[in-house]
Write a protein that binds this ligand. Sequence first.
Ligand SMILES: CCCCCCCCCCCCCC(=O)SCCNC(=O)CCNC(=O)[C@H](O)C(C)(C)COP(=O)(O)OP(=O)(O)OC[C@H]1O[C@@H](n2cnc3c(N)ncnc32)[C@H](O)[C@@H]1OP(=O)(O)O
Length: 218
Amino acid sequence: MSTDQQTGHATEAGAPFDGRAAIEALMVAPGPPALGSAYQAMTEELRGFLDVLAGAAIDTEHAARLRAQLAQMTSRLRGLEVGEPQRLWGHWTDRPGRGQALIPSYDVPKGSLEASATVTFGRFHVGENMAVHGGAISMLFDDLLGWLLARSDLPPSRTAFLTTNFRAVTPVGVELTVHARITHVEGRKRFLAAELRHGDTVCADAEGLWVELRPGQP
Ligand SMILES: CCCCCCCCCCCCCC(=O)SCCNC(=O)CCNC(=O)[C@H](O)C(C)(C)COP(=O)(O)OP(=O)(O)OC[C@H]1O[C@@H](n2cnc3c(N)ncnc32)[C@H](O)[C@@H]1OP(=O)(O)O
């Protein structure tokens, strides 16, 4: 066995990286429950920090102080860097949000072909005019649909395309509902759709294709 220099994944000597096996291996929590709780609380704090920072008018001194504090934390974490399989970020598959702050936290049940969840975007995800950034909405759809598939009984797959329609401004700081479903499966191809609503208003919807990874495919 050797280690892929880029990803940190263990591979048979000379064998290409196997993305399907890597995803299958990650479907269990990466650490004990106490660490999971502490990590989840830390990512929630980080979300709160980004939300307040994105909404704050700070002066030069404050910006310089924050930069120094962040630099200090960054250098402390540098010594703890690991390869992708060992990292904790986004790998808490047993917890809502999975321990990441890329998109709002949500949860979907295991083993179903469709799911509804509530999400709230903060100011960190504002594009302009207090509308949620279109890229953040597409990212939510990609993540949610990918996670719905990962929680189903189907083998690992990857997004081939995702089309998002922005139907109305998506508001920030309010609860939204998102519905995702696997519409049909054709061989290795999984077709999915999703809809994001604020009350009765459809803010955005999406449809996409996920293709099942073949064993040994990166
Ligand atoms: C925490 C633990 C892990 C948790 C993991 C889950 C977290 C979830 C949340 C995180 C989520 C994050 C998610 C992410 O970030 S996923 C990252 C973003 N996506 C990618 O990087 C994908 C890059 N592309 C590929 O890897 C390959 O192209 C794939 C694998 C998709 C297909 O390449 P492959 O060589 O395997 O397949 P094929 O070419 O033989 O095609 C097979 C069939 O598919 C049809 N086709 C293919 N492409 C398209 C297209 N664009 N439009 C229409 N059709 C298309 C094609 O015509 C054919 O159909 P047919 O002729 O058979 O009828």
